[in-house]
Design a protein. Structure first.
Ligand SMILES: [Zn+2]
Ligand SMILES: [Zn+2]
Length: 248
């Protein structure tokens, strides 16, 4: 129940991101977008390494030193490399400004499809996290939530760059939100796959943080943007301590 509530909030952030594209002040929008991506990247990295991967190793499916969960992490990582950058060679987070490459329909649909697949695993990660425990679920939710606004923004701006209407752009962000809910629904319907889904989604979120978000932060060429990544890690630490303090 809790998973559905938190997952629903994350999906709503996708839709809000889609509407954000029409935000009237581009200067504010640009720096806020980049800071959100940096904060999200730091939080995600800390959550994946310190919570999600250890929790995956703890699931009692495999004998002591099996690398099987780590193989699943690698598979999740490579899955997104395949769908976001091999099938869809032109994809990057943030505002799509390359109208010339977006003139071709298949470029647009493969990019949006790649985001939808990764968003599906965002939902899987939240759902699987809450199955393992409340604290893990909440931490994964915050980690995912932070990049959901830029994510909705990204798909909507890809649609706009390809010459689609504002309406179509917003619907694309609704589609990505729906993919998140689908991942969430799968986790509540098929609990037995949780031990496999958790490390797989850890690999996906690792990709999103380290290979989608961090390159966009670094492209800014500003130390201030990069510093926000460390702020994201600090925020993770404080959130974890706060959750432990309230004992849940
Ligand atoms: Zn582009
Ligand atoms: Zn995502």
């Amino acid at each position: 129940m809790e998973a559905i509530l938190f997952g629903g909030i994350a999906a709503l952030a996708n839709v809000a991101g889609g509407f954000w594209v029409t935000w009237p002040r581009p200067v504010l929008r640009r720096s806020l977008l980049s800071h959100l991506m940096a904060l999200g990247a730091g939080f995600l990295l800390a959550a994946v390494f310190l919570k999600v991967i250890p929790a995956s190793l703890d699931l009692n499916l495999w004998s002591g030193r099996s690398v099987a969960p780590l193989v699943l992490v690698l598979v999740g990582y490579l899955l997104i490399q395949l769908f976001e950058h091999t099938v869809a060679p032109h994809f990057h987070f943030g505002e799509e400004t390359h109208a010339e490459v977006c003139a071709e329909r298949h470029v647009v649909w493969t990019a949006v499809g790649g985001v939808a697949l990764h968003a599906f695993f965002d939902g899987v990660a939240i759902g699987a996290g809450f199955h393992v425990g409340h604290q893990l679920g909440v931490l994964i939710f915050i980690a995912i939530f932070l990049h959901k606004l830029p994510e909705g923004f990204t798909v909507a701006s890809i649609m706009l760059a390809s010459g689609c209407s504002l309406r179509a752009a917003r619907w694309a962000s609704v589609g990505v939100a729906a993919a998140t809910l689908l991942g969430l629904a799968l986790m509540s319907a098929a609990r037995e796959v949780v031990p496999y889904a958790l490390p797989l989604s850890a690999g996906v979120t690792l990709y999103v943080a380290a290979s989608d978000l961090i390159p966009e932060v670094n492209r800014e060429n500003r130390s201030a943007s990069s510093l926000v990544v460390f702020l994201g890690v600090a925020l993770y630490y404080m959130t974890e301590k706060a959750l432990e303090a309230v004992g849940r």
